[in-house]
Design a protein around this ligand. Structure first.
Ligand code: SDX
Length: 426
C-alpha cells in the first residue's frame, strides 16, 4: 500500500517538504514531522492539542463519540463485567486473563500489598494536616530506596515486579495517609480481602474490632478504581512517559505522575467538584455559579465539566452517575443534597448555549466525589483514590515505552526573548 504523504509548501522558498503520514488501527492519522528539524523548522503546539507524542496500543478514546476502549474493550463492558485487577492485567498484558492467569495475577498483587515496616517512619515527618497527595508524592518516590532488586528497567522481570509492587502498594500507602491524618494506627492489608475490600479495611478498620467491609461499597470502590485505570496520553501519563524516557526508575516515574495528577485541572478536579458543590450549597444558587463559569473575567470554572478530548459525554461519567444512584439508594441517602445539586447543575449546564457550543459535558470527576463522600472518604483523599486507580495505566504506558525502542523526550520552543547582547562594558 503506497504510503500517504503530506506536502508542506514554504512560501518564501516555494520549497515543498514531503512528510510521511502514519495510520493507526482506528482514529486520526498522524503527520510525521521529524524531518522538519533538518529544514530548520519546529512544529508549535502549546498544550499538545494536536500532537501525538507516541505510538500506543493500550487505550483508545474517540472524544466526539464518547468512546473509551482499553485494549479494544469498551469501558462500559469492563465496568459491568470485569473488575479492577482483571483490568490491570488487561492493560499490562494486552489480553484478558484466563481463570488461572487471573488467580496468579491476583495472588501476585496480594503478596505485594505490605510496605516495608520502616516506611511507616516516613509519616512521622509529615504534619497531621499535610495534604495526602503531598505524602503520596514523597512516599511513592522513596519506594525506590527499598527495591534495588527491581530497578534494572531493561530487565522484563524487574519491570513486572515493579508493576506488581506499585499497583499493590498504592492503596496501602493511600490508606496510611488517611490514618496518619486522623491519628489512628496503620492497618495491615489482609490476604483474605479483595483489592477494594482491603483498601476500605485499611482506611476504616481499627485494631479494636474485627473488620467489617460493606460489600456494596467495596463493589462501588472497585468500579471507581476501574473507571480511573487509564486514559491514553493525559497530563499525568505523559509526565510518567517523559520521566521514564530519561531512564528514571519506575517508582520515581509514578511519583512524577502523582504530582501531575494533583492539579485541579486534572485529577484534583474530583476534590474541587465537592468543594464547588459545597460552595453552591443549594439549588437556588446554581444559576449564579453557571453565570460565573461563563464570565471570562471570573477565573471560576465548573469543576467536573469539560475535557480536552471528550466533546461528548465522558463514558466514565455515565457509569459513575449510575453507581452514584445505586450507592446513594443502597445507603438510603438518595436525597443527598449534593447529589441533587449535581444532577440539577448537570441538567442546567447541558441546556445552556455556552456549554453546548463548547461541547462541555460532565467528565469522570463530576460524580466520583459524591460517591466517595457517601462511602465515607474525606474530600482530601479523592485524588489519592484517582492515583490508586490510575497506577496500572501509568505503569502500562511506562512499560510499553521502555520495552520498545525509545528516545529521551526533549521538546523544543519558539524563542521570543532577547537576541544576543553583550554585558555592558565596565
Ligand atoms: C481529567 O486528559 C485526560 O484524559 C484527563 C482525565 C483522565 O482520565 O486522565 O480525563 C481526567 O483531568 C478530567 C478533567 C478534570 N478537570 C476539570 O473538571 C476542571 C474543569 N475543566 C476545565 O479546566 C477544562 O475543561 C479542561 C482542563 C478539562 C480542558 O481544558 P482545555 O481542553 O484546555 O479547554 P479550554 O480551557 O481551552 O476550554 C475551551 C473553552 C474555553 O472557553 P473559550 O475561551 O473558548 O470561550 O471552554 C471553556 C473555556 O473557558 N471551558 C469551561 C470549562 N472548561 C472549558 N468553562 C467553564 N467551565 C469549565 N469547566
Amino acid at each position: 500500500m503506497t504510503k500517504k504523504m503530506a506536502k508542506l509548501t514554504l512560501e518564501d522558498s516555494n520549497e515543498i517538504i514531503e512528510l510521511p503520514i502514519h495510520q493507526g488501527t482506528i482514529g486520526p492519522d498522524v503527520v510525521d514531522v521529524g524531518g522538519l528539524t533538518a529544514k530548520g523548522l519546529f512544529t508549535y503546539d502549546p498544550g499538545f492539542v494536536s500532537t501525538a507524542s507516541c505510538e500506543s496500543a493500550i487505550t483508545y478514546i474517540d472524544g466526539d463519540e464518547g468512546v473509551l476502549l482499553h485494549r479494544g474493550y469498551p469501558i462500559e463492558q469492563l465496568a459491568e463485567k470485569s473488575d479492577f485487577l482483571e483490568t490491570c492485567y488487561l492493560l499490562l498484558n494486552g489480553e484478558l486473563p484466563d481463570q488461572a492467569q487471573k488467580a496468579k495475577f491476583e495472588n501476585g498483587i496480594r503478596y505485594h500489598t505490605m510496605v516495608q515496616e520502616q516506611l511507616s517512619d516516613f509519616f512521622k515527618g509529615f504534619p497531621r494536616n499535610a495534604h495526602p497527595m503531598a505524602i503520596m508524592v514523597g512516599v511513592v518516590g522513596a519506594l525506590s530506596a527499598f527495591y534495588h532488586d527491581s530497578l534494572d528497567i531493561t530487565n522484563d522481570e524487574h519491570r513486572r515486579i515493579a508493576a506488581y509492587r506499585l499497583i499493590a502498594k498504592m492503596p496501602t500507602i493511600g490508606a496510611m495517609c488517611y490514618k496518619h491524618a486522623i491519628g489512628q494506627p496503620f492497618m495491615y492489608p489482609r490476604n483474605d480481602f479483595s483489592f477494594a475490600e482491603n483498601f476500605l479495611h485499611m482506611m476504616f478498620s481499627t485494631p479494636c474490632e474485627e473488620p467489617k467491609v460493606n460489600p456494596i461499597l467495596a463493589k462501588a470502590m472497585d468500579t471507581i478504581f476501574l473507571l480511573h485505570a487509564d486514559h491514553e496520553q493525559n497530563a499525568s501519563t505523559s509526565t510518567v512517559r517523559l520521566a521514564g524516557s530519561t531512564g528514571a526508575n519506575p517508582f520515581a516515574c509514578i511519583s512524577s505522575g502523582i504530582a501531575a495528577l494533583w492539579g485541579p485541572a486534572h485529577g484534583g478536579a474530583n476534590e474541587a467538584v465537592l468543594t464547588m458543590l459545597d460552595e453552591i450549597g443549594n439549588e437556588s444558587r446554581i444559576e449564579e455559579f453557571i453565570r460565573r463559569a461563563k464570565d471570562k473575567n471570573d477565573p471560576f470554572r465548573l469543576m467536573g465539566f469539560g475535557h480536552r478530548v471528550y466533546k461528548n459525554f465522558d463514558p466514565r461519567a455515565k457509569v459513575m452517575r449510575q453507581i452514584c444512584d445505586e450507592v446513594l439508594d443502597d445507603l438510603g441517602v438518595e436525597n443527598d443534597p449534593l447529589f441533587r445539586i449535581a444532577r440539577r447543575l448537570e441538567k442546567i449546564a447541558l441546556e445552556d448555549d455556552y456549554f453546548i457550543e463548547r461541547k462541555l459535558y460532565p467528565n469522570v470527576d463530576f460524580y466520583s466525589g459524591i460517591i466517595l463522600k457517601a462511602i465515607g472518604i474525606p474530600t482530601s483523599m479523592f485524588t489519592v483514590i484517582f492515583a490508586i486507580g490510575r497506577t496500572p495505566g501509568w505503569i502500562s504506558h511506562w512499560d510499553e515505552m521502555i520495552s520498545n525502542p525509545y528516545r529521551i523526550g526533549r521538546p523544543r520552543q519558539l524563542y521570543t526573548g532577547h537576541a544576543r547582547r553583550d554585558y555592558p562594558g565596565k
